[in-house]
Design a protein around this ligand. Structure first.
Ligand SMILES: Cc1ncc(COP(=O)(O)O)c(C=O)c1O
Length: 422
């Protein structure tokens, strides 16, 4: 079910018309649907069914304290990539035995902090990191669980900047060395080798790369078993893609922006890989971020002015790449719609922010309902990799964040003030 939809002519989040929130709390404003988040999380769990599993939410997607608390209370685990994220996870109530520490460059002090917290395991990225973790564990008189992150050299067929399973990327231990590194890791007395970790990329919209990865993982586990190395955990990473086009519909919106039905649901992704992974008889952990939080969030912005030259019309809004970096960073597409439908007239425009960079755009040559200064727009599917990537660039305070639960509204992060910039 979608919790951000048009009711008559008003875009709403659960029971609240978003225009009311824009008028009360100002713009730019991130708004999240609580029930969408819990439904997304529960449907992933449902898809894993009776399999011995854990869903470790990837904090990097959205680390708002209230959202983390919500997921921790649901029983989720946490995938963290820094001491900062580990701190956030613990503060929000994720239990240590459900936290995995991934990340391509873990500092020694971060490893020590995580060891002190007795987290479930480290996803190890290299032989050098094996040594660092092993040394720290010995120093501290601890034995810690580890999984090795293997780079299977499989193309996730996503944007190059979020493709992480190719040999040309910095991530993991290369597949051709995997067997010998597993043997070496198994020989280190301060480490308990429990698993294999893969994460081949983000916003993956086809099942084939996941299926290829699952087959690779199961093959390697079998080979290791015949050599006497018995893994008990598969951490299959995150990466399930979500639709960004045609997310909401209304007869006044530009036609031609059809819902992207080709993106499988997380349940469909899991249905394709689970039978393969289950054959390894391991506990299956996943680390989804985007598929839990992306469609639960919307960025509300207000039109400052509309400006035309002889070739283009620009809708200049009060939110930019400092609030939402994805279009500038990955040329990412987000559906952009009015908060209230007041006209059926449409025009082709560039939707651009106030930042002094030409890369500060949300859409180029996009059909949009005819818009005037003062109108409100919603940038959809911005719950993941939205606020977390925001900055104070150009002296702009970060937006507020709001959580909606049916007809209840809560500020879960106040808007920064000018004093916060100092
Ligand atoms: C190691 C790891 N796990 C999980 C994720 C979450 O991915 P997604 O948000 O696509 O589910 C990422 C993000 O790229 C990651 O790097």
């Amino acid at each position: 079910m979608n919790y951000i939809t048009y009711k008559e002519n008003a875009l709403t989040c659960e029971d609240i018309p978003l225009k009311e929130l824009a008028e009360e709390y100002g713009t730019p404003l991130y708004v999240y649907s609580k029930n969408q988040i819990t439904e997304n999380y529960r449907s992933l769990r449902g898809a894993l069914g009776e399999t011995n599993h854990l869903v470790c939410y990837a904090l990097k997607a959205n680390a708002n304290h209230s959202i983390l608390k919500l997921l921790a209370a649901e029983g989720a685990g946490a995938d963290v990539v820094s001491v900062g994220e580990l701190h956030l996870a613990l503060k929000a109530g994720f239990t240590q035995d459900k936290i995995v520490f991934a990340g391509v460059g873990k500092r020694e002090d971060e490893i020590e902090y995580a060891l002190k917290q007795n987290i479930f395991s480290f996803n190890v990225e290299s032989v050098a990191e094996l040594h660092t973790i092993s040394r720290a564990a010995l120093r501290m008189g601890k034995k810690t669980r580890i999984a090795l992150r293997i780079n299977p050299d499989i193309d996730a067929q996503s944007h190059p900047y979020i493709t992480t399973g190719l040999q040309s990327t910095k991530f993991g231990i290369e597949a051709s060395k995997a067997f010998e590194v597993f043997q070496y890791a198994a020989s280190l007395s301060s480490l308990e080798l429990v698993g294999i970790h893969t994460h081949i990329g983000s916003q993956i919209t086809k099942v084939e790369p996941f299926v290829a990865t699952a087959n690779y993982v199961v093959g390697l586990i079998e080979k290791l078993r015949s050599a006497g190395i018995n893994l008990t955990h598969i951490d299959f990473g995150g990466g399930f893609g979500v639709p960004y086009a045609g997310v909401v519909s209304h007869e006044a919106l530009p036609q031609g922006e059809e819902a992207d039905m080709s993106v499988p649901s997380p349940a469909e992704f899991l249905a394709a890989v689970l039978p393969i992974l289950q054959s390894a008889d391991c506990s299956i952990w996943i680390e989804p971020g985007r598929s839990i939080i992306a469609n639960a969030g919307v960025l509300i912005t207000r039109v400052i002015s509309v400006k035309e030259n002889s070739t283009k019309k620009f809708v200049i809004i009060d939110s930019g790449m400092n609030d939402l970096l994805r279009p500038s960073l990955y040329q990412a597409y987000h559906q952009i719609v009015p908060l209230s439908i007041d006209t059926y007239e449409q025009e082709k425009v560039d939707i651009v922010g106030p930042i002094c960079e030409s890369s500060d755009f949300f859409a180029h040559d996009r059909m949009l309902a005819k818009t005037n200064a003062g109108d409100y727009l919603a940038v959809l599917t911005t719950g993941a990799y939205g606020f977390v990537l925001s900055s104070n660039y150009n002296g702009r305070p970060r937006p507020a964040e709001i959580l909606v639960n049916r007809d209840r509204v809560r500020i879960i992060r106040p808007r920064q003030t000018l004093e916060d910039l100092v």
